[in-house]
Design a protein around this ligand. Structure first.
Ligand SMILES: [Zn+2]
Length: 195
């Protein structure tokens, strides 16, 4: 085999390497960030009503607000919030300015964060137990307040929720997602009405 036969092949390989480097440098940083995000702010869009979407980059609704057939034993047939599909570690942001009024494990909600603003309460359920906010913190709209949690959590006293293999789950959940609830004067409303 002569060198002249392989020369176009080598140029092709070098071209592929350069294209790969180009894609890595310029495109991968703008893909949705599924890893734990160490920064404290992300880009977001404000809806006409003034709220921002709680799970940037993730808009698949797995379950809507209202009456439904229960996906897990123990999950209410009346669904008090919106289930937004997002992988574990996805960034969760404050939909509006407010104060953190609850962080902890809350029965079917699993690990939960509650953001309060005036007569409204916003609950983020099935979140990561790695909390980056605490009760009493003042929060600005768009601030990262937590992450989507894992399906399974261990060592929670009194947790009554388990998967099909008998492993304890992060509340009533079949997999990582954000359950987002909105209360106005204590009454649950459809979160989609805000966006
Ligand atoms: Zn839900």
């Amino acid at each position: 085999m002569s060198n002249s036969f392989f020369k176009p092949f080598k140029i092709f390989i070098i071209l592929i390497i350069f294209i790969t480097i180009f894609i890595c440098v310029f495109f991968i940083p703008i893909l949705p960030n599924a890893a734990y995000n160490p920064t404290n702010s992300v880009s977001f869009d404000i809806s006409s009503s003034g709220y921002v979407w709680p799970a940037p980059g993730y808009t698949t609704i797995n379950s809507y607000f209202g009456y439904r057939t229960s996906p897990t034993a123990g999950a209410s047939s009346y669904h008090s919030g919106l289930d937004i599909g997002a992988p574990e570690g996805s960034t969760l942001i404050a939909v509006t300015n407010g104060t953190i009024t609850f962080t902890g494990f809350l029965g079917g909600g699993g690990y939960t964060i509650t953001l309060s603003s005036g007569n409204m309460k916003f609950t983020y359920c099935h979140v990561s137990p790695i909390y980056i906010v605490k009760e009493g913190d003042t929060i600005v709209q768009g601030q990262v307040i937590g992450y989507v949690g894992p399906k399974n959590v261990y060592g929670v006293k009194g947790n009554q929720y388990f998967d099909e293999n008998g492993n304890p789950t992060n509340g009533a959940t079949t997999g990582p997602h954000l359950h987002f609830g909105v209360r106005v004067d204590g009454e649950y409303i459809d979160p989609l009405s805000l966006f």
